[in-house]
Structure formats: structure tokens, C-alpha cells
Design a protein around this ligand. Structure first.
Ligand SMILES: [Zn+2]
Length: 301
């Protein structure tokens, strides 16, 4: 499988776990406005919208620097019990065989970086072996956001305040605890280096500890943005949150900040759930709004 793109000398592969119709747009976006969506909806067909449903992916990104292999986000995982979001429960996908198609085995991964600790970003952290959840990538250091680790721990005080606790049921127990117990976990804070040219940047709102992985090499920059953006509609409307965003005003503020950072640096935005082309560049319009590069202009910009 050919690489998806490069960041300087670094090769990046897209490892797909799942694709499908996820939900109608009005059910995904907390601030949905039908008229604004209709203005650009045609441009989303069929990769990001099909038959009135938001079409989405679960995908991981593998950055190969030549010296180090970093896997960004780990999807939903196989065989997990997900009463809060059955669509991602008890999956049986060929994620690891697609990793193998890219030329990599689980043993090759040096670092796993989870942008946040939601169900669809930590799943392959572990796999079931002899009835126990064990780390899937035996040689990897798992970099998890420290702030999210506190927030999502069911034994902590903050957990009771998390609106996503029901959707995220079981996730901390089967996909985070075994990694912590293995001694392979590194809890990461804002500004810490993950590898050469790679920095974890706190980007809160979707979850309290959400992080963006900024990767620079040879004058190129890419921002691995996790769920700062779920869908390209949010490039046009950064004020639209998903219903899964914990703190909506903070999430919208962070989204705008990330879009500005990408536009100012001509950086590629690499999200977790976008349909083809799966990653995008954005441009800032004179009126301060944004659009994906090469997108058709829309009325009112
Ligand atoms: Zn997600």
C-alpha cells in the first residue's frame, strides 16, 4: 500500500478500520442549520455524505520517519462491548491486516499517540488474548493525554461531570487500564515532544485533554487533529460542534485556533474521520471564514 502523503521526508500511511453512514447531519452537529448545510452539501457527496447520512471513517495514521514509527489514534478495536454506542461494539475488522498491507506489524510501532480517550481513538490500544485485554503494540510507548486520563478515569471526581460517560462506557477499563498496567504508558502534557519534529499541543473542548500532534519536517507541517473537526462542514462553520464535544464554546474556540494555525503555516490538516481525500489544506477567505483548498466557492463565502 502506497503512502498517503509525505511531511518532508516522513512517510504517512492511512490505516482504515471502518467506514459507513454514521448519522444524519442534524443529529451530529449541535448547532446544525439546514440552510447553511444545504449550500455546500453537494460538495460532500459521496465521500462525506451519502443518502442524507454523514459518511465517515475510523482511520489511524502511521508516520514513518525512517527511524521511528508513530501510530496516531487507534480506532474502535475488535470485540469490545460498547452498550453506549452499539455501532462500534463487537467489531471484527481487518485493521491489523491493513496495517500489514502497509508493510508494518504491531511490533514495528514505536509510539502510539492517542489524541483523546474517546471510544473510537483508543480501541486498538489493546486486543483480547486468552480472555484478557493486552497491549496490541508490544514495543510501543503509548502517549496518552494526561488531562484526559484524569477526566475519564471512572474512579476520579471529574468523571461524574463528563457528558460522554455513557457513550464511553467500558473504554477506560478495556483500552486504557491495561496499557497503564503494562508500564508502557506515558501521560503527555502540552508542549511535550513525541519524536523528532513532533509536538503534542493541548487543544481542549471536544474532551478536556484533547491534543493535536504537530509534525514538521523539512519545511512541511501537518496537524493530526483527531476530533477537532469531525466533518469538512466544520471548516466552513467552525462554530458548529459535534454533539460529542464536552465543552462546546471551548471546542469552537480551539477549532478556530487550529484552522488559523493550519492556514498561517500552509499545514495539512489530518483528521480521524474525514472521507476522501481524508486530509485537507484550508484557506482563509478575506472575510475571515475558511474553506477547504480547491473547494467550490459558496454563496456568502
Ligand atoms: Zn472520534
Amino acid at each position: 500500500m502506497a503512502e498517503a502523503f509525505r511531511i518532508g521526508r516522513y512517510k504517512v500511511h492511512r490505516i482504515e478500520e471502518w467506514q459507513g453512514g454514521f448519522s444524519p447531519p442534524e443529529a451530529l452537529f449541535a448547532e446544525f442549520e439546514a440552510q447553511a448545510f444545504a449550500q455546500v452539501a453537494d460538495a460532500f457527496e459521496p465521500d462525506c455524505l451519502r443518502e442524507g447520512m454523514i459518511y465517515g471513517y475510523l482511520q489511524s495514521w502511521l508516520i514513518d520517519t525512517g527511524d521511528m514509527r508513530v501510530l496516531v489514534d487507534t480506532g474502535a478495536g475488535n470485540g469490545k462491548q460498547r452498550p453506549g454506542i452499539p455501532i462500534f461494539g463487537d467489531l471484527d475488522t481487518g485493521f491489523l491486516s491493513r496495517l500489514a498491507d502497509g508493510g508494518y506489524s504491531p511490533e514495528d510501532i514505536d509510539t502510539v499517540f492517542c489524541t483523546h480517550l474517546h471510544i473510537d481513538h483508543v480501541g486498538w490500544n489493546t486486543q483480547l488474548q486468552d480472555g484478557e485485554w493486552v497491549p496490541t503494540f508490544p514495543n510501543a510507548t503509548y502517549c496518552l493525554p494526561a488531562v484526559d486520563d484524569s477526566a475519564w478515569n471512572p474512579d476520579g471526581d471529574q468523571y461524574r461531570t463528563m457528558s460522554g460517560a455513557q457513550v464511553n462506557a467500558n473504554v477506560y477499563e478495556d483500552s486504557v487500564v491495561p496499557v497503564l498496567a503494562s508500564g508502557r504508558c506515558r501521560l503527555v502534557n502540552d508542549g511535550e515532544a513525541i519524536g523528532a519534529g513532533m509536538t503534542a499541543v493541548h487543544a481542549p473542548g471536544h474532551t478536556p485533554g484533547h491534543m493535536v500532534l504537530e509534525v514538521c519536517d523539512d519545511g512541511d507541517m501537518a496537524l493530526f487533529t483527531g476530533d477537532i473537526l469531525h466533518h469538512p462542514m466544520q471548516v466552513y462553520r467552525p462554530d458548529w460542534n459535534s454533539v460529542y464535544c464536552e465543552d462546546r464554546s471551548q471546542a469552537a474556540e480551539t477549532r478556530l485556533k487550529v484552522l488559523n494555525r493550519a492556514a498561517n503555516n500552509d499545514a495539512r490538516i489530518v483528521p480521524a474521520h474525514f472521507g476522501a481525500p481524508h486530509s485537507i489544506f484550508v484557506e482563509r477567505l478575506p472575510n475571515g471564514r475558511f474553506r477547504p483548498q480547491n473547494a467550490i466557492p459558496i454563496q456568502g463565502g
